[in-house]
Design a protein around this ligand. Structure first.
Ligand code: FES
Length: 161
């Protein structure tokens, strides 16, 4: 094992394996449960799941990367969903993505080094009249400008959320 390898508590998977014992088609369900346990799918858990299901790690990784619900990286404390739907795109979603990059140094699918923010670009968030829109956790912020987006993120960081 290398020094930087993830070392998850793999015993947490045992109840999941017991729940789906003997079910060869349960890979997606097992991955869902594993993600509930760890918050994401650590690579050592992926290997353990492959071993348990008697399939290759490549197959498990293939499934995990095929479905957008699965995350192979830990998610930050605050999840930013940046809408890239048509209305938001037309109204400057790209400039908001650029502002987030400038403020936090992260792009789509990335997490800040301090684990405070993760960014995920998504399709329509369902409030197009407020475009461009981003959500941070449960709160939607609309009619964004680059400066407004930066100020919102700074505010969240300053509040220590
Ligand atoms: S396109 Fe962004 S909220 Fe609908």
């Amino acid at each position: 094992m290398c020094e930087n390898c993830v070392k998850s508590d793999l015993s947490l998977l045992e109840p999941v394996f017991r729940e789906f014992e003997g079910d060869e088609h349960a890979l997606v369900s097992i991955l869902q449960k594993a993600q509930e346990v760890y918050g994401y799918l650590p690579i050592d858990a992926v290997y353990r799941i492959a071993e348990n299901q008697k399939v290759s790690p490549a197959k498990v990784l293939g499934v995990a990367t095929f479905y957008s619900q699965f995350r192979l990286q830990p998610v930050g404390k605050n999840l930013i969903l940046l809408c890239k739907g048509t209305a938001c795109h037309v109204n400057g979603a790209d400039t908001i993505a650029k502002a987030i990059k400038e403020e936090l140094g992260i792009g789509d699918g990335e997490t800040t080094a301090d684990g405070v923010f993760s960014l995920k670009e998504v399709a329509c968030l369902g409030c197009c009249s407020l475009s461009p829109v981003m959500m941070v956790n449960e709160t939607a912020y609309g009619s964004l400008t680059p400066a407004k987006a930066k100020a919102i993120l700074r505010g969240i960081r300053d509040e220590g959320k």
